[in-house]
Design a protein around this ligand. Structure first.
Ligand SMILES: CCCCCCCCCCCCCCCCCCCC(=O)SCCNC(=O)CCNC(=O)[C@H](O)C(C)(C)COP(=O)(O)OP(=O)(O)OC[C@H]1O[C@@H](n2cnc3c(N)ncnc32)[C@H](O)[C@@H]1OP(=O)(O)O
Ligand SMILES: NC(=O)C1=CN([C@@H]2O[C@H](COP(=O)(O)OP(=O)(O)OC[C@H]3O[C@@H](n4cnc5c(N)ncnc54)[C@H](OP(=O)(O)O)[C@@H]3O)[C@@H](O)[C@H]2O)C=CC1
Length: 515
């Protein structure tokens, strides 16, 4: 019997960010392994015209939750969606709901965050710092609370090369930042943002670091742990391989490459691609929840959920495997044939951006104009290149994260728990994982049917022929222009033509004799 699964039985669990990528997998695993848990409270806001209830209904009816419905048929009754918006200081939770949360919650998993790299500092502080502070305040009023698990990121200290499982302070206290956001106007915040984030690449990593400081400072008597995952990717094994539902991290780039929009990227092939599958992160999170509540460590423990030091894979190897999977299962209606050039040189990368990305987009827009349609490819390409430029920081560096606490926890688990809540990335076969990831992107993100693969292959063949035709035409035009302008080119051309003529005459003579 799994001790961790048994621990969550009968518990009331509060999850923030349950509608997000990680939150959904966390809920799924909890219901699947501890179907007799008491209730999962989730803080949800209405979004995209859907009420909170409709959002929950959609999640529970998704493919991800198919197995859960068999193991826990009354899952609908065990999930309590509480209207909440973390942008408001009191989360806009009504009094009765708040009372229920405060009196019943046993465990908190705080996953909600803004993960946008370029979010305005005010918003990123509100979500990643102030909301965390607010949640801790709520937690301090929960008499039955056993553990508070905060999800941060391994990149909260990406300005360092070697990162230990400790909290590194930021120069300006989070409280001062929170206060200043209340009275500074947007223009001034824009001006001071680069100074505040310092050598971090974006507001996301900076505010996640502030969030950790808040957790440390406001922990009081709470039992707290922090989990720092690196780049979270599709599921490895559970509930099935390759599940993913958003564009963050590598997923968006896999689509862009598979559809032939992105053919080159400024990346260092030997840099470590520190990916972790989302089910691995969730297994560690649940194990940490159990350990923190049961063993009550004296201080706040930080757990790195990374792969680089235990089972490294680099971007070069990842890129090749992504391409190999496109060969087997190409994406439908590609713009160009997939290709992946990784160059760490800025000038080479700008050259490829012009030749491989911008030029085809301009040519395609020209074609759209000629055929009476609205040009759009240049705009799409510009947005894609802007996205890629934001991710480049992470694909041109390697970090070392120590994993003592994570390894310690692994050794504390029973063999059964090590199996059911496996977070040992040493067992990960990267080639298999990446292949399933790409297939998952095709199936669950692009919603493409595997039956369409032969047609997608045919389409790529047509694109290859167009490519050859286009290159031949381009060569002939360039050559014709060169001949018109250069005596040397004319001489070479004359030499080639007369050589071919002699060569053909030589073969024609004996054949004429035969006749
Ligand atoms: C030659 C190619 C080979 C490719 C194969 C190999 C793959 C290599 C992959 C390398 C990936 C490296 C990833 C590193 C990530 C580090 C993560 C740090 C870990 C964390 O803790 S954070 C969690 C991760 N967070 C994110 O990933 C958020 C990133 N996204 C953003 O911040 C914003 O979306 C962005 C990029 C600022 C764009 O914002 P904006 O223009 O305002 O608009 P949208 O958000 O609506 O999106 C615009 C447009 O871009 C598409 N999009 C969004 N995200 C991605 C993405 N990750 N990749 C590609 N495309 C993306 C989105 O769909 C929109 O498209 P439209 O067509 O609608 O315009
Ligand atoms: N994905 C990754 O690669 C990594 C993620 N992390 C961390 O993991 C955690 C989860 O990330 P992930 O699941 O990928 O992120 P998602 O963007 O998929 O999910 C974010 C969640 O936060 C919720 N949220 C955002 N703003 C509000 C708000 N104002 N009120 C209520 N809820 C809100 C979202 O709700 P809604 O659906 O309504 O928008 C969503 O449920 C984050 O803390 C992130 O920093 C760490 C490392 C890597």
């Amino acid at each position: 019997m799994s001790m961790i699964a048994a621990f969550y039985s009968g518990k009331s669990i509060l999850i923030t960010g349950a509608t997000g990528f990680m939150g959904k997998v966390l809920m799924e695993k909890l219901f699947r392994t501890s179907p007799d848990l008491k209730v999962i409270y989730i803080l949800v806001r209405p979004k995209a015209g859907q009420t909170t209830q409709q959002r929950v209904f959609q999640i529970l009816n998704s493919q991800l939750f198919q197995q859960v419905k068999e193991v826990c048929p009354n899952v609908h009754e065990k999930i309590r969606a509480i209207y909440a918006d973390l942008n408001h200081n009191d989360f806009a939770i009504n009094k009765e709901d708040m009372q229920e949360l405060l009196s019943c919650t046993n465990i908190i998993f705080h996953c909600a965050a803004t993960v946008r790299f370029d979010d305005h500092l005010r918003h990123a502080v509100q979500l990643n710092v102030t909301a965390t502070q607010q949640l801790l305040l709520m937690a301090s009023q929960m008499p039955k609370l056993e553990a508070f698990i905060h999800i941060s990121t391994a990149f909260s200290n990406c300005n360092l090369k070697h990162i230990d499982e400790v909290i590194y302070p930021c120069p300006v206290e989070p409280k001062k930042i929170i206060d200043s956001m209340e009275w500074l106007d947007d223009a001034i915040i824009d001006e001071i943002t680069p100074k505040l984030i310092g050598d971090r690449p974006n507001t996301y990593t900076y505010t996640k670091a502030l969030g950790e400081m808040v957790v440390q400072q406001e922990s009081g008597n709470l039992n707290i742990a922090i989990i720092r995952p690196s780049i979270v990717g599709a599921t490895w094994q559970e509930p099935f391989p390759g599940w993913v539902d958003n564009l963050n991290g590598p997923s968006g780039l896999i689509i862009a490459a598979g559809k032939g929009f992105l053919r080159s990227i400024r990346a260092t092939p030997m840099a470590v691609a520190d990916l972790v599958p989302v089910d691995t992160v969730v297994n560690l999170t649940l194990a940490v929840g159990w350990y923190t509540a049961v063993h009550r460590p004296k201080s706040t423990l930080i757990y790195h959920c990374t792969s680089g030091n235990l089972n490294p894979c680099n971007w070069g190897k990842m890129g090749l495997q992504v391409l190999a999977t496109f060969e087997k299962a190409p994406f439908e209606r590609a713009f160009r044939r997939p290709h992946a050039d990784f160059t760490s040189n800025l000038i080479t990368s700008q050259y490829w951006n012009a030749v491989s990305h911008r030029a085809p987009a301009i040519i395609y827009d020209f074609y759209l104009r000629l055929t009476g349609r609205k040009p759009r490819m240049t705009k799409v390409m510009n947005r894609l290149l802007r996205t890629v430029s934001m991710l480049e920081y992470f694909v041109n560096r390697s970090w070392e994260w120590s994993t003592y606490n994570t390894e310690m926890l692994m050794s504390e688990l029973s063999p059964e728990d090590q199996r059911v809540f496996n977070f040992d990335v040493r067992q990960l076969n990267w080639l298999e994982y990446i292949e399933n990831y790409v297939l998952g992107v095709k199936k669950y993100l692009l919603k493409e049917d595997m039956a369409g693969i032969p047609e997608a292959k045919q389409h790529l063949k047509r694109l290859r022929n167009i490519h050859y035709l286009f290159n031949t035409a381009l060569f002939l035009i360039a050559w014709r222009l060169l001949i018109a302008r250069s005596q040397m080119a004319r001489n070479v051309w004359f030499f080639i033509v007369s050589f071919c003529y002699k060569f053909l005459s030589y073969f024609r003579a004996p054949s004429t004799l035969k006749v």
